[in-house]
Design a protein around this ligand. Structure first.
Ligand SMILES: O=C(O)CCC(=O)C(=O)O
Ligand SMILES: [Fe+2]
Length: 276
């Protein structure tokens, strides 16, 4: 039976602003993603460091259009796109805004300040936060010790909170974060490899530095509906309907090709530096 979200799961996402799916990927599938992440030349060449306020670094690679590689096949898979379609407001086709391979290394992996993803995306001129979502897939285990994601349950109901600069990152107003923490529950999202987290674009989240001996690698993909164009920036991927692929494609794909450089529109290391 193909994977499909139940009404109860959709209801839980609407109420809490996030939804965890255990074993969204089979162990074989996530092992494949991990091997490619470690070995792929295009990922290595296109990865850059982002500093947190304490100078600890998270390495990441970001691309816009999903391709034929294992990451592209995951982000375009029917189980993924159908789930996103159920969770987003509206009916227009689902589009892929961007994906990021987050590589939070032992002892050096930096923190992320409290923020809403829509806190950034609003500045690109996207009007509708309910038509935007982030999806985290754990490539390695994410625990409290290695700096897993933390969310403030139901905080998406606050709407957009003011954001300003916090070091090289953009963070939410700490005054409002403190009000939120007084009112709602803080949840540590611990994930095993292959587990997935859907989270609303307005949920407040952060992560602490990775002070442990184990890496914390994850893929974070952001989706948008075609009916929600950015009026300020030019991001064609975010309004181009996705070509879905069958769920088996990831399992069947020969990983040796990796991510083809030249075919994948990575955010360049130079552009990333210019923005930060
Ligand atoms: O992976 C993390 O620790 C958080 C990253 C995040 O929230 C983001 O990139 O927007
Ligand atoms: Fe985020």
């Amino acid at each position: 039976m193909a994977f499909t979200l139940t009404d109860e799961q959709v209801g839980s996402f609407r109420e809490n602003g996030y939804l965890i799916i255990r074993r969204f990927l089979e162990p074989e599938e996530v092992a494949k993603l991990h091997r490619v992440a470690l070995a792929d030349e295009a990922i290595r060449k296109n990865s850059f460091d982002l500093n947190d306020q304490a100078g600890k670094k998270t390495k990441l690679a970001l691309w816009f259009t999903p391709g034929q590689d294992v990451y592209g096949l995951l982000t375009r898979s029917e189980r993924m796109v159908d789930s996103v379609h159920k969770l987003l407001d509206g009916n227009a086709p689902v589009c892929h805004f961007h994906s990021k391979l987050m590589q939070k290394e032992p002892r050096v992996g930096g923190a992320w300040e409290w923020h809403q993803d829509y806190g950034y995306w609003y500045k690109n001129g996207y009007l509708f936060p309910d038509q935007m979502i982030s999806v985290m897939v754990a490539i390695t285990e994410a625990t409290k010790e290695n700096g897993c994601l933390q969310v403030i349950k139901k905080s998406h109901k606050m709407g957009r909170v003011e954001h300003g600069f916090a070091g090289e990152q953009v963070g939410a107003s700490m005054q409002y974060v403190e009000f939120a923490l007084k009112t709602m529950e803080l949840v540590y999202v611990e994930l095993k490899p292959g587990d997935l987290l859907f989270f609303h674009s307005n949920i407040l989240h952060r992560s602490e530095a990775n002070l442990s001996d184990s890496p914390r690698w994850s893929l974070i993909s952001a989706y948008n509906r075609q009916s929600n164009p950015p009026y300020i920036t030019d991001t064609p991927s975010s309004i181009t309907p996705l070509q879905t692929v069958p769920d088996e494609a990831l399992f069947l794909h020969d990983e040796a090709g990796g991510i083809l450089e030249g075919n994948t529109d990575f955010l360049s290391v130079e552009d990333a530096k210019a923005k930060s």
